[in-house]
Design a protein around this ligand. Structure first.
Ligand SMILES: Nc1ncnc2c1ncn2[C@@H]1O[C@H](COP(=O)(O)OP(=O)(O)OP(=O)(O)O)[C@@H](O)[C@H]1O
Ligand SMILES: [Mg+2]
Length: 332
């Protein structure tokens, strides 16, 4: 029997729960102890550079690949003890579309209906409903080869939904899609969560996608989760944020430079960038320091880093976090 994590505990029930997940391929350690807690009815984005292990994580949780170590449960089913139970509640849309090229879109959907033993009537009903929802009705009779990349992605997700999964894994769901198709896909994904309460684990390299869709984001790098939180939390954690102060006169800028030693001044635009975590106390202290020195500012704005800053700061070689933290402490 599935042991729903609903009972007890102050944490919201987990649709996906992972502890100490490890996986190596030969000498290469791909996952070096991953922990995840993904509440029901939320979107979780796994972010990371090429080869970080995103697809591997999905493959393990979808029972396609066996982990070397660690525990996981999906939809209340233990991954090791009850893989069939896990398979009964999940849907997987892989990094590379699974649409059969020789079958039409409609036939692909009916094939999925048959795999899920939906029965002829129910299968046709659901196929028609999904074709309609994904605006694929006109393409229903076209073979897979005739689909554009965006249509293929949508058909792929429609196939996944034929099984009415409670937990959906989406491996780079919008890679290669044009901006409009990406938006459509985002709407479909968000509606699945908001209207039907499904849980989605998606992988992406698009930071704006994680920003737009995900309730929580984890950054995978070097086999470990190097950061986890909401988009806002992640942005606050990393360098790149600053308070921008513009002055009317060069003398004012020069005076401000004396006050804020760690700030960067731009003589041309008469602006000063003071490193900041974007918090109100920080903003207040900048204003107070200007006031105390009787320096008048023409304009003041707060720049919070975007997820690109987060990604670059947390993954690969450019870890400048320590430097920036020191800088912030100095300003305080
Ligand atoms: N079946 C396999 N055999 C050997 N090595 C593998 C296998 N599958 C994955 N790997 C290795 O594991 C590492 C992680 O691969 P994975 O596909 O999980 O990365 P990813 O984060 O999904 O990358 P991408 O952004 O390129 O899709 C890579 O170094 C890859 O070469
Ligand atoms: Mg991948």
């Amino acid at each position: 029997m599935p042991t729903s994590s609903r009972e007890g505990g102050r944490r919201s029930p987990a649709a996906i729960s992972v502890q100490g997940l490890r996986k190596s391929y030969g000498e290469k350690t791909v996952l070096d102890g991953i922990d995840l807690h993904i509440p029901e009815g939320t979107v979780f984005a796994l972010l990371g550079p090429n080869g970080a292990g995103k697809t591997t994580t999905v493959e393990i949780l979808a029972t396609l690949v066996r982990a070397d170590d660690g525990r996981a449960s999906v939809g209340g089913h233990d991954l090791a003890a009850d893989p069939a139970g896990v398979r009964s509640v999940i849907g997987v849309t892989g990094q590379f579309a699974a649409v059969d090229e020789l079958l039409t879109v409609q036939e692909n959907l009916i094939l999925m209906a048959d795999l899920h033993h939906l029965g002829r009537e129910e299968g046709r009903r659901r196929a028609a409903e999904l074709l309609d929802r994904f605006e694929l009705t006109e393409a229903a009779a076209q073979p897979g080869t005739a689909l554009s990349g965006g249509m293929r992605r949508k058909a792929d997700l429609a196939m996944t939904l034929m099984g009415d999964p409670r937990v959906i894994f989406l491996d780079e769901p919008t890679t290669g899609l044009d901006p409009r198709s990406r938006r459509t896909m985002w709407e479909i994904i968000r509606r699945l969560v908001d209207d039907q309460g499904v849980t989605i684990l998606l992988t992406t390299q698009y930071l704006d996608e994680a920003d737009e869709l995900a309730d929580r984001i984890a950054v995978l790098d070097g086999g470990k989760l190097v950061a986890e939180g909401t988009a806002e939390e992640l942005k606050r954690r990393i360098p790149g944020g600053h308070i921008r102060v513009r002055f009317a006169e060069p003398e004012q800028l020069a005076a401000a430079v004396q006050v804020f030693e760690v700030a960067e001044a731009d003589q041309e635009s008469l602006t000063l960038h003071v490193p900041s975590d974007g918090s109100l106390p920080m903003l207040r202290s900048v204003i107070d320091l200007l006031d105390a020195a009787s320096i008048e500012a023409a304009e003041l704005s707060v720049h919070t880093p975007d997820l690109d800053d987060v990604f670059l700061a947390l993954t690969g070689s450019s870890r400048r976090q320590a430097d920036a933290t020191t800088q912030l402490e100095n300003v305080r």
